[in-house]
Design a binder for this molecule. Structure first.
Ligand code: XMP
Length: 529
């Protein structure tokens, strides 16, 4: 196990994912972890992540200096290197010649650079640098502007690099991480997903034994994978409920039914609560009120279903690692997911919580899903928010508006999937933008991460045939994103947009105008409400 101390840098999660991809278990911890609690995790090494802070600022996140005396190999990345220098008697300062982006790095002989020749291309993203080494350290790499671009104290197994080895823009970054893991920390490759999956099933069997588990599936990837793994572990003792809120897309229920067949779920009840949600939403236009009403009704229905079933012991949830991890700066995405999926129990139910996927990242969840034979078409689905179409119909949600939006959305998504063998989950953008180049290095490649239609409840004038029309506006939103915290609008080809617009106006009654949303996040969010 390798511990990554998360100082709030944008790549902290990426470091942990890279390590896991190299076959070694890795977890994130906050900087204020005590040395005692760190040792409890039995780490083989510790990596310090980057941070937007400067070590010499008052409120900069720090780690207990005792960590340096635990005899654990340490690798500091960017801010991590600066922190090591700062805490062990070196000096860090801000420089006028800032380094952002690609740099040429001259390297010296070091276990960290084993197998690499000099020079190397690496990726920098920080204005500060180490000016003076701490006692016992030596410089092992430099660039024109950064004399101490990497450092080591090989006797104590403490290393620092000013650049980001974890991003794809450091071509041999993976080799550097491998050297640290396997040559310096002597880690073993024992994090393999099929092995992890088998272990998980074994542990769930043991923990649950013959007791009954209730789980509400949302139609999304996480809850479906969690339900599939529980089915393998406990079969008939898993009782699944799917609440049809009436706020779903045209293809959600048919897709769910098809997947249920492939996954051989024994007990799935689809609860039709459409009318209940719609009447509760009547007259409500405030986005936050809509969300609250939907969450309230959802848990009411779930509680009723649980009571009908009786004799339950556990409530299973599809929570994944980024949803629950405490970081210096929790993402808005995680916040929202928490408020919807509501990690607390529905009131009145005394059930133990079970979260089979709480250890995994999204890409790992997808891989586990693949191992469980979930069709890839389902695993690659874009995220769909809990409140569903209610937050894509601006203003009041009505049956008429839902019907219009469902049809328009289906046209958009099916055309995306059809375009040049599928633009739904692929990079289709024709040009790069300045925003994109400032976000390089996230590693997973940018692609249409989410696409949908939204309905504006205002009417505009149009002409169809010889008649005047006065109908709603549909807005198409498609974003390139990897983390959903920042997003760029997808530069979809004009011919695709034109086809979608023509089809919507021709085929969907009640719409006479289609617009394409060209706002980035920030400042706009991905969803409209
Ligand atoms: P925003 O709109 O904040 O959305 O840019 C970021 C991502 O989160 C999804 N989202 C939600 N997911 N429950 C969810 O499960 C919610 O209440 C919720 N609100 C937003 C959104 O679809 C996007 O992927």
């Amino acid at each position: 196990m390798i511990i990554v101390v998360n100082f709030g840098g944008q790549f902290a999660h990426l470091i942990a994912r890279r390590i896991r991809n190299l076959g070694v278990k890795s977890e994130l911890v906050p900087p204020d972890i005590s040395p005692k609690n760190l040792i409890k995790l039995s780490p083989q090494a510790v990596i310090f992540s980057g941070s937007p802070s400067s070590v010499y600022e008052n409120n900069a996140p720090k780690i207990s200096p005792q960590i340096y005396n635990l005899n654990l190999p340490i690798l500091g990345i960017c801010y991590g290197q600066q922190l090591i220098a700062h805490q062990l008697g070196g000096k860090v300062s801000s420089h006028d010649a800032k380094q952002f982006g690609k740099e040429i790095l001259k390297i010296k002989k070091s276990s960290l650079f084993s197998g690499l020749s000099s020079p190397q291309t690496v990726w920098f993203s920080h204005g500060d640098q180490v000016d003076k080494l701490s006692p016992g350290f030596e410089t092992i790499a430099s660039t024109t502007n950064a004399k101490i671009a990497a450092m080591q104290n090989s006797a104590k197994n403490i290393y620092g690099i000013q650049f980001h080895a974890e991003v794809v823009h450091t071509p041999n970054g993976q080799k550097i991480l491998e050297n640290f893991l396997f040559k310096i920390a002597k880690a073993k490759k024992d994090w393999k997903l099929d092995f992890v999956k088998e272990n998980l099933i074994k542990n769930l069997k043991k923990e649950i034994s013959n007791q009954k588990v209730l789980m509400a599936i949302s139609g999304g990837v996480d809850s479906l994978v969690a339900a599939s793994i529980l089915t393998e572990a406990i079969g008939k003792n898993l009782l699944l409920v799917f609440i049809d809120t009436g706020l779903l897309r045209k293809y959600d229920i048919p897709d769910l039914k098809a997947t249920v067949k492939t996954q051989k779920f024994n007990n799935l009840k689809i609860v039709d609560a459409q009318e209940r949600f719609l009447s509760a939403l009547k007259g409500i236009t405030d986005p936050e009120k809509k969300r609250q009403v939907i969450a309230r009704i959802y848990f009411e229905v779930l509680t009723e279903e649980a009571k009908k079933l009786g004799n339950l012991n556990f409530l299973a949830q599809g929570t994944i690692y980024p949803d629950r991890i405490e970081s210096g700066k929790p993402s808005k995405h995680a916040d929202k997911i928490k408020s919807h999926h509501n990690v607390t129990l529905p009131q009145g139910l005394k059930l133990k919580i079970i979260e089979p996927l709480a250890e995994f990242y999204k890409d790992e969840v997808r891989k586990i899903g693949k191992l469980l034979n979930i069709p890839s078409g389902f695993l690659d689905r874009h995220p769909f928010p809990g409140p569903g179409l209610a937050i894509r119909i601006l203003g009041e949600v009505t049956e008429e508006r839902l019907k219009i939006l469902r049809e328009a959305d289906e046209i958009f998504i099916s055309e995306l999937k059809r375009y040049e063998q599928g633009a739904y989950n692929k990079e289709v953008s024709l040009r790069s933008t300045s925003l994109r180049s400032s976000r390089v290095g996230l590693g997973a490649g940018l692609k249409v991460g989410q696409a949908f239609a939204a309905l504006f409840p205002v009417k505009s004038v149009g002409v169809m045939g010889d008649s005047r029309t006065y109908s709603y506006i549909i807005s198409l939103r498609a974003v390139d994103t990897v983390d959903f915290m920042t997003a760029d609008w997808s530069k979809l080809p004009n011919e695709l947009l034109e086809k979608v617009s023509t089809r919507i106006v021709n085929e969907v009654r009640g719409v006479n105008r289609v617009v394409y949303d060209i706002t980035q996040k920030p400042p706009a969010t991905i969803e409209y409400e």
